[in-house]
Design a protein around this ligand. Structure first.
Ligand code: TMP
Ligand code: ZN
Length: 414
């Protein structure tokens, strides 16, 4: 495919060329590129995966951009398999519905609407809803649930088309999607066009400070072009004439933040103590090469520790499988070189992943009930962000003597 990868030589936001590379994971397959058995002998494309910080605006970003068509047209990830994600969506919808006085005339547009999970909650409150997502397979599912969905990437050009067709939105939600968007100024231009005068934009994204603190290196992958701390996000927001009116910390995806924005009211800069506090913390602890290098070193140590553990268990004849064929799990297994010789298989509740093989390492993916039938000795939780939920769900596995290995934030056996 043409332009399948673009190498970045300046910051995507501020265009500065002062970029510092702090972690290099090498060539990696696209982490949601699961394979059918018949394709296992074909050569898989791999794309460089490394992370830079812009020394001017402090945005952390990937060094290479893969063509979005390769990643998002047919998408296998759905949030609806997790109670934690659904609880969070319910909370978001309730907050928006109550705080902004929505009613049956209000229009909520969800960018990156996936299988319609978030909009289903808004629909339950009685608002009008519209999903926007480039994944044809997921839009079909959303439509079956009664969620109208436009199969499109969101950008300023498409925002105009949506506005003409549906009118302006009172709420625009964009959860776990701004990191996927290359041109963020264009994103805000589209939001500004589609959003009504007093409308709000609600975003959620993993918080970079948690990523670094929690050694969450495996959430660095081709889909995620940006890794946001608050300071560069606020700069971006303000340069597009928006302001942040609310901030909430979330536990999703290893530590995220939900931000509510509206058009800037007046010329004066609003102060928000929560935001000021977090930015001050970021500035004192975070934007320095030492912190970022320390992160890369901890990841290298984790690799040695986990491989030692798994190899020792194999030597003792233990059977180990993986839990959660998450995109991040595919990064971890590829970067740490953990293949089917160590993990017999991975279980995952997502129907679209079952029966397929993981990209790069070609580990087979089965439904979760395989665990009960097969009873391996150890389960490596690759979807570590759902570790509590998974351990609770698989109580019987532990009761029967099985053990869980959690690799991140710190290697732990429970
Ligand atoms: P994510 O970390 O990218 O959100 O992906 C999590 C993966 O874990 C996803 O493929 C679904 C899977 N999963 C299960 O298989 N069982 C579970 O109980 C949960 C919570 C997730
Ligand atoms: Zn920059």
């Amino acid at each position: 495919m043409k332009n399948s990868i673009t190498l970045l030589n300046k910051c995507r936001i501020c265009k500065s060329q002062k970029l510092f590379k702090f972690i290099d994971l090498g060539p990696m397959p696209i982490p949601n590129g699961f394979l059918e058995e018949k394709d296992l002998n074909k050569t898989e494309s791999k794309y460089e995966l490394s992370c830079l910080i812009c020394e001017n605006c402090e945005l952390v970003q990937l060094s290479n951009i893969v063509n979005p068509d390769l990643m998002f047209k047919n998408y296998v990830y759905v949030p609806s398999v997790s109670m934690m994600m659904m609880d969070n969506f319910r909370d978001l919808s309730l907050q928006a519905y109550n705080d902004f006085g929505l009613n049956q005339d209000s229009l909520v547009v969800d960018i990156g609407s996936n299988d319609g999970s978030l909009l289903l909650f808004f629909k339950g409150h009685g608002t009008r809803v519209l999903g926007v997502d480039p994944a044809e397979n997921l839009a079909k599912i959303a439509k079956m649930k009664g969620i109208p969905t436009e199969v499109k990437l969101f950008n300023s050009k498409n925002a105009k088309i949506l506005k003409n067709k549906y009118g302006q939105a009172d709420v625009i939600t964009a959860t776990n999607v701004v990191a996927h968007i290359n041109d963020l100024h264009d994103f805000f231009e589209g939001v500004s066009d589609l959003l009504s005068k007093n409308g709000v934009l609600i975003t959620e994204f993993p918080y970079l400070v948690e990523l670094i603190r929690g050694n969450e290196f495996d959430t660095i992958y081709h889909e995620h072009l940006s890794y946001f701390a608050l300071k560069p996000w606020l700069k971006l927001v303000e340069s597009n004439d928006f302001e942040i009116i609310r901030l909430k910390k979330l536990s999703t995806h290893g530590g995220s933040i939900r931000l509510t924005h509206r058009r800037k009211a007046g010329k004066n800069k609003k102060t928000n103590s929560k935001i000021d506090f977090l930015i001050a913390q970021e500035e004192s602890d975070f934007y320095n090469k030492k912190t970022l290098r320390g992160f890369a070193t901890r990841v290298a140590t984790l690799k040695i520790e986990l491989l030692n553990l798994l190899n020792n268990l194999k030597k003792k004849g233990k059977r180990i499988v993986g839990y959660g064929a998450a995109a991040k799990g595919n990064i971890l297994t590829n970067y740490f070189n953990i293949g089917p010789e160590i993990l017999d298989y991975i279980v995952d509740s997502t129907p679209y992943k079952q029966g397929l093989f993981t990209p790069g390492k070609h580990i087979p993916v089965y439904a979760e009930n395989r665990l009960t039938i097969d009873r391996p000795n150890y389960v490596l939780i690759l979807a570590w962000n759902f570790a509590d939920e998974i351990i609770e769900k698989e109580k019987d596995f532990r009761k029967n003597g099985g053990k869980f290995i959690i690799p991140i934030p710190k290697l732990k056996i429970v």
